[in-house]
Design a protein around this ligand. Structure first.
Ligand code: NI
Length: 187
């Protein structure tokens, strides 16, 4: 089932999410629906607040064409191809970004029509809880490291637009204001 994606200006996107305490059928169904919604919107990640729910739940699927040849991720001490852990569905993440700051262009399914460069550390260590109870200790770089930081920011009520450089902010401010008008017209 496709869910409606909340847009910039919706307060749910600004509210920190509660940890998931119980993984039941309802949560599994939600995760499946979030994946379906993300694929339909051609995104690579979606966090629960983006579909209106204040839960620490994220889905990610980085397509093969976005992964560099031979790019690996360390999962519980073992090197694995990035694609082998996709789609990645997890709750209650703990993230430790590290490494050099890197500028990369980001967009977001909740901020339509706005793309901007964001500086973030280029590596991440993460503890992710899967819905089947398994825990993944991950160490990664590349697009997965970026995507994990972007999606986990959503769980804290942060958007990538909060993190663009002040120069780039000037460019996107007008577009963000327009998005606010669009969302108030729609309600
Ligand atoms: Ni986003």
């Amino acid at each position: 089932m496709l869910l409606s994606i909340r847009q910039y200006g919706d307060p749910v996107l600004r509210t920190p999410c509660a940890p998931v305490e119980k993984v039941d059928l309802e949560l599994n169904t939600l995760a499946v629906n979030m994946l379906e919604t993300m694929y339909a919107a051609e995104g690579i990640g979606l966090a629960a607040p983006q579909v209106g729910l204040g839960l620490q739940l994220v889905v990610i699927d980085i397509p093969a064409e976005e992964v560099n040849e031979g790019e690996c991720v360390t999962v519980n001490g073992e090197e694995k191809p990035v694609r082998s852990i996709m789609p990645l569905v997890f709750i209650n993440p703990k993230l430790e970004p590290y490494g050099e700051q890197e500028l990369c262009t980001e967009g977001c399914l909740s901020v339509r029509g706005v793309r901007s460069k964001v500086s973030r550390p280029n590596r991440v260590k993460a503890t992710l809880h899967k819905l089947d109870g398994k825990v993944l200790e991950i160490d990664c770089g590349g697009l997965l490291a970026r995507c994990l930081q972007h999606e986990c920011d959503h769980l804290s009520g942060l958007l990538f637009t909060d993190k663009v450089s002040s120069a780039a902010k000037v460019t996107i401010t007008k577009r963000l204001k327009n998005l606010l008008h669009l969302s108030s017209d729609a309600h």
